[in-house]
Design a protein around this ligand. Structure first.
Ligand code: 5GP
Ligand code: MN
Length: 336
């Protein structure tokens, strides 16, 4: 994958997008498959701001099993969501959120191909610029930062519901302001959103401090088989484990509940790179990778058909965990 954008967003692109949106009666919104807090937060936050200004908004994401992850059901604006099968066939204006490639739109990718205008809003440095106009800012901590500015330029209002959506993208993509993406600009935006009346403590609890009971034995199984390989990742160390369908089944634990396992595994001091392989209900292994900075995991994941950021990236695999790790190991070379 080629990194094609390091420059700030051009003024002409902002103006063009503002004009397109002002002229659109019924914009169609989309975010990446298996949406996270930033993808869904950016899309629903923007959708709500548009809906309140009188636009007829449709929003969706292209998963075969279409369902909002339990963790994100507290987000306002879900009434805007439709299943991919109900998406407008040839949207005159389509806007994508947090998707770095057309493929990341899953079932909605063909609609993007047929859209009259395709506005791409994102913050991945690896964005392939697959639209007709691009608001891509790799210096933004979250896609919701780009959305906040766009809402401002459109003269729309950020009420408490919109703020809740935008803040969710900000806290998830900065890991609660713990990652290097937690810039002064990200903190300043959080201050503006909190002033709009949202409740940070409630959002934090929804996102990180609750689980069904079954999560604990499943986490225990994953941690029980964790492996530390100190000489891998160019000598910076690799720590990895997996969570299978068979682990989850006896506890009735849905796939999207295991997203947080990586946050436990990546704390290990002895490894720069952490990897958790998660088997979904269809038998696909989704691989989460994290780095503390010595290794560029987006490059490694990109070589295996995925992508993401230097310190947080992913890809999918149909192979068993041991074989996927065997393919990944030689790609974990030093950054830069
Ligand atoms: P997570 O591990 O939280 O699912 O993803 C971490 C980062 O990698 C996010 O920025 C996410 O968008 C990106 N990512 C995860 N899986 C894929 C993938 O299959 N393809 C691409 N292009 N990016 C991915
Ligand atoms: Mn993001």
């Amino acid at each position: 994958m080629t990194a094609t954008n390091g420059a700030p967003i051009a003024e002409a692109d902002w103006e063009q997008v503002v004009e397109l949106i002002r002229g659109a009666g019924s914009p169609a919104l989309a975010c990446h498959v298996s949406p996270d807090g930033d993808a869904l937060g950016a899309m629903l936050g923007f959708g709500l701001a548009l809906a309140r200004a009188g636009k007829k908004v449709t929003a969706s994401f292209g998963d075969r099993a279409f369902s909002v992850p339990r963790l994100l059901r507290f987000l306002p604006g879900q009434e805007l969501l439709v299943e991919p099968s109900a998406y407008p066939a040839e949207p005159s204006l389509m806007i994508t959120f947090d998707a770095s490639t057309m493929e990341r739109l899953g079932l909605l990718a063909p609609y993007a191909g047929k859209a009259g205008e395709l506005v791409v809003i994102d913050h991945h440095v690896s964005n392939t610029r697959f639209g007709s106009v691009h608001l891509v800012d790799p210096s933004a901590a979250a896609t919701t930062m780009v959305v906040e500015e766009l809402i401002g330029r459109l003269g729309l209002t950020i009420d408490r519901d919109v703020a809740t959506c935008l803040y969710t993208g900000l806290v998830t993509d900065t890991g609660s302001f713990r990652h290097s993406a937690a810039t002064p600009a990200a903190h300043a935006m959080a201050g503006r959103l909190i002033a709009a009346g949202l409740h940070p403590a409630e959002i934090a609890r929804e996102l990180w401090d609750r689980s069904p009971f079954g999560y604990l034995p499943v986490l225990g199984a994953a941690l029980g088989r964790v492996r530390l390989e100190p000489s891998e990742a160019a000598g910076h160390g690799l720590v990895w484990t997996y969570v299978s369908r068979a682990d989850r089944a006896p506890h009735g634990l849905p796939y999207d509940e295991v997203e947080g396992v990586i946050d436990v595994v990546r704390r290990v001091d002895e490894a720069d790179v952490a990897v958790v392989l998660k088997e979904d209900d269809e038998g696909t292994w989704n691989v989460s990778t994290r780095s503390k900075g010595a290794v560029d995991v987006s490059r490694a994941c990109g070589a295996l058909g995925g992508g993401g950021h230097a310190r947080a990236a992913g890809f999918s695999s149909s192979l068993p965990p041991e074989e996927t790790i065997a393919a990944l190991r030689p790609l974990l070379t030093g950054a830069g």
